[in-house]
Design a protein around this ligand. Structure first.
Ligand SMILES: [Zn+2]
Length: 464
């Protein structure tokens, strides 16, 4: 080996680039792949926030968690959970330090972009039965045509009974879809800007084409669809007004690439952080700080509504913790640290123009620490302090976590936000951390297994 020159030595000491984990730590490839088997199951089990909460509660109960009782007293290592209206969840492992030294908050969201049924959805047109939809969250509408879709959700019947609906996930189930024009007849549609490739009122779901067999009946195809729904779920058209029904891609999570290094699936934003947060939470034994793992709803529509983080449900939960310990909640909050765990846009070599290479996240370089999100001049951003960045980087490096830093795209290319500013609003030090994703918000999002695994490792270190 030749001796290093002064410049080479200096370069090593003074400059920094984030390594490819597959090059730097190839032994992690198998571990990551193994860890992600559970992640794929979680994705398949939970395609709506309600289903995610159910899947999470099942996992938590198995790991010894009990429903939180604010009148009980808890010891370090005790594990509890709290469900908000079946659509959001908080889990806690009690820590060794007094609560006045703060809690460790890890907040991910479990709602994903999709097509919601309108309150009065069912109609027949030219002897085909359809559902009208209203899209939920940021979608590129043209991506939702001509792909198989499944219906998930609940109907609350007049007698108060809640019926769970899921059609299109079982291999023997039918699926549904939005139609699009054939290229032969799309000359005029081709002139539309991409954002109008399919328009909002064109996202109509084909649900049936056979008529009810009886002479002189008005809208027999609609009646046939209703009668089939009634047969399966005992519901009527009026019940749609008491329902939350959602169309999601009827596709299971799959390995992607010859090397199976990636996962392709619907809803990885942000169930990838939900799963990694949940498994890290369950792994916590007697952490230093009490943990507050949040799986929240409504992030994709701006966090409004009482199951989103604009609601005070997390504050009330921490107030209950503080009340139990007999300390002022403000003392708990001002000493707390939060990871707002959400995905970031991974650099896509096919579309380099919207990224600034030096400040983008890349797949296979680990979880991405995002100092600020927002748009234009950091508008609507939490913008974590240098001190908060130092704390979180320190926690990760102590445990050998692969991490990288990234912005959400180039300056003025667009922008976005997360729950970070809503937790920061409670006077908590907060920073965004999550998994870089390709094709974010599409029906088939891509993540790297090594990144998923290192995000889990980051969360584990956070709860040490
Ligand atoms: Zn998200």
């Amino acid at each position: 080996m030749s001796k290093k020159t002064k410049a080479q030595e200096l370069q090593e000491q003074l400059t920094w680039t984030f390594p490819h984990i597959g090059k730097d730590s190839p032994e992690q490839i198998e571990k990551a792949s193994k860890y992600c088997e559970g992640y794929k199951e979680f994705l398949n089990a939970g395609k709506t926030e309600r289903e995610c909460v159910k899947a999470a509660v099942k996992m938590l109960k198995k790991a010894g968690y009990r429903p939180f009782d604010r009148n009980a007293s808890y010891e370090p290592g005790d594990k509890v959970y709290y469900v908000n209206r079946g659509k959001a969840l908080i889990a806690t492992t009690f820590g060794k330090k007094p609560l006045t030294e703060g809690v460790r908050i890890n907040g991910a969201h479990i709602d994903s972009p999709r097509l919601d049924l309108k309150p009065n959805p069912l109609y027949e047109k030219d002897e085909i039965a359809f559902f009208k939809t209203h899209y939920y969250g940021g979608i590129r509408k043209y991506q939702w045509g001509t792909i198989p879709l499944a219906i998930h959700g609940v109907v609350v019947k007049k007698n108060g009974e809640t019926v769970d609906i899921c059609i299109g996930e079982d291999e023997t189930d039918p699926v549904f879809c939005v139609t699009d024009l054939l290229p032969h007849l799309s000359a005029k549609q081709n002139e539309r800007p991409l954002k109008d490739g399919l328009k909002g009122e064109e996202l109509n779901i084909v649900i049936g084409s056979l008529p009810y067999q009886e002479e002189d009946i008005k809208e027999p195809v609609k009646l046939m669809a209703l009668s089939l729904l009634n047969e399966r779920y005992k519901i009527t058209e009026k019940d749609f007004f008491r329902a939350e029904l959602e169309l999601v891609p009827a596709v299971k999570a799959r390995d992607v690439g010859l090397d199976a290094s990636m996962i392709g699936a619907y809803g990885q934003d942000d169930r990838v952080c939900a799963y990694t947060a949940l498994t890290a939470e369950m792994d916590a034994k007697k952490p230093a700080h009490t943990t507050v793992t949040i799986l929240t709803d409504k992030e994709e529509t701006g966090s409004d509504g009482n199951t989103g983080l604009n609601s005070d449900y997390v504050l009330h939960y921490i107030e209950d913790l503080a009340g139990q310990a007999g300390v002022p909640v403000r003392d708990v909050l001002r000493n707390s640290l939060c990871l707002s765990s959400d995905v970031n846009a991974a650099y896509d070599p096919t579309f380099p123009d919207v990224y600034e290479g030096r400040n983008s996240s890349y797949i296979n370089k680990g979880c991405v620490l995002t100092k600020y999100t927002g748009a234009r001049g950091k508008s609507g951003s939490n913008d974590a302090s240098a001190e908060t960045m130092a704390k979180v980087i320190g926690i990760m490096e102590e445990e050998g976590v692969y991490w990288q830093a990234g912005e959400l795209g180039a300056v003025d290319a667009g922008g976005g936000g997360t729950i970070a500013k809503l937790v920061a609003h409670m006077n908590v030090d907060t920073v965004d951390l999550g998994v870089p994703i390709l094709s974010m918000h599409s029906p088939f999002e891509l993540s790297s297994k090594l990144d998923v695994y290192n995000t889990y490792k980051a969360f584990k270190a956070f709860y040490k």
